[in-house]
Ligand binder design. Structure first.
Ligand SMILES: NC(=O)c1ccc[n+]([C@@H]2O[C@H](COP(=O)([O-])OP(=O)(O)OC[C@H]3O[C@@H](n4cnc5c(N)ncnc54)[C@H](O)[C@@H]3O)[C@@H](O)[C@H]2O)c1
Length: 370
């Protein structure tokens, strides 16, 4: 079995990320799970993932001497809230977890965020293992320690930064993911591609068929590439206070506003990010920061991967801009991450709302030439 390994070298806690095929199957937990404080813990997962992978992961942990009980939560973003968290604490308590126990998050970003928050706060913090099962979680949410829950007033308003002991990204999990969730994850992947530059964009262009066919070796290389980028940003700004991580928000200002305008019902995260990333490239091109050739190449990439690229016709662009202004990441003035070229992101502040409105109108289906 071949696998990729990288380290997230944080001063408070350095931890490994493993990426490959068969990582949770082959009786190799001893190779991948670091020595934990205690031998007992819980695996937190949901009703969709449990029948697929729970037994396998519990057995894999057991082979290394780690005993676990399971907590199975309902599936859905709508359950990423305080009620589910309280239920989770109670189930963790009933399972008899102590300060030296561990919590293993087995799932996508929703489970990772909920279980991560519980691990950070139960008895003031227990060992956390992240076993992400979606592309989005493998390339993004499982690395960096951010966790939390949604409130009525907005998404991810409450949470902490608490690093896991290890992240194990077994690409075999991706084989059972729905087509839509694969594409949503690829929305984030393409964003990383544009942030990283020519090498990674070329890799994506050349390996598109294999990636879309979920060929494990291509998936592992792709996820390794993205994980390295994410880890690099995390190391430079662990608590997201220096503005360094702002680049990772490429496509997110428009993306978050689009998710909100449709009350989180029409687009899932990566789809909205894809549309937002395209909009930010059209804007960068309009401002003469990005060349024609780069814009066309990037648009083609999104199109070839089958990602959504246009703002729906019925969107009121004025309302969209208002929501962008309210986005917690947009700060005082209207700002957005724009690419000046592949691999060259900049935070552009004080954008002119009138010009932005005209560009976003052009990003609607009937107007955008792809
Ligand atoms: N903490 C962070 O840094 C961070 C970063 C980005 C996103 N997020 C959060 O991540 C969440 C989105 O994550 P997501 O896209 O992984 O969604 P998700 O966790 O809801 O998973 C998507 C769907 O796929 C199912 N699923 C997961 N793995 C599967 C598998 N291997 N086979 C079959 N089905 C599977 C899930 O049950 C769910 O129905 C959001 O809540 C977002 O706020 C957090």
């Amino acid at each position: 079995m071949t696998f990729h390994k990288l380290t997230v070298p944080l001063p408070s806690r350095s931890y490994p990320v493993y990426i490959g095929s068969g990582l949770t199957k082959t009786g190799t937990a001893t190779e991948f799970v670091p020595i934990l404080y205690g031998q007992r813990g819980v695996v937190v997962t949901n009703t969709t993932i449990a029948p697929l992978y729970l037994e396998q992961v519990q057995e894999w942990l057991r082979q290394s001497g780690y005993l676990s009980s399971a907590i199975i939560l309902p599936d859905g973003e709508e359950f990423k809230n305080h009620e589910t968290l309280m239920r989770l604490y109670e189930d963790i308590f009933k399972a008899g977890l102590q300060r030296n126990s561990f919590i293993c998050a087995l799932g996508g970003g929703v489970i990772g965020d909920l279980a991560g928050y519980a691990a950070a706060t139960y008895m003031r913090g227990v060992d956390l293992l992240q076993i992400p099962t979606t592309i989005l979680a493998q390339v993004d949410s499982a690395i960096g320690g951010k966790n939390g829950v949604n409130m009525g007033a907005g998404k991810n308003l409450v949470g902490t930064t608490y690093q896991p002991r290890v992240v194990i990204s077994d690409v075999d999990f991706i084989s059972t993911l729905s087509e839509r969730d694969v594409l949503s994850g690829l929305g984030e992947v393409l964003k990383y591609g544009l942030l990283a530059g020519d090498d990674f964009v070329s890799f994506l262009e050349m390996n598109r068929k294999e990636i879309l066919a979920r060929e494990p070796r291509s998936l592992a290389t792709m996820i390794h590439f993205c994980s390295r980028i994410k880890a690099d940003y995390v190391v430079r700004d662990e608590f997201d206070r220096l503005g360094v991580r702002a680049a990772l928000n490429l496509g997110h200002t428009v993306g978050h506003a689009l998710e909100k305008i449709f009350a989180y019902k029409r687009f899932i995260h990566g789809e909205a990010v894809a549309i937002g990333t395209v909009a930010s490239m059209v804007l960068a091109h309009e401002l003469k920061l990005m060349s024609d050739a780069v814009l066309q190449r990037a648009l083609q990439l999104f199109k070839d991967f089958g990602l959504p690229t246009v703002i729906p016709e019925e969107v009121d662009v004025g309302q969209l801009i208002e929501l962008m202004q309210r986005d917690k990441k947009a700060e005082e003035s209207l700002s957005m991450v724009l690419l000046h070229g592949l691999g060259d992101p900049h935070l552009e502040k004080a954008l002119d709302p009138l010009m932005l409105k005209a560009v976003l109108e052009r990003c609607k289906k009937s107007q955008l030439e792809l």
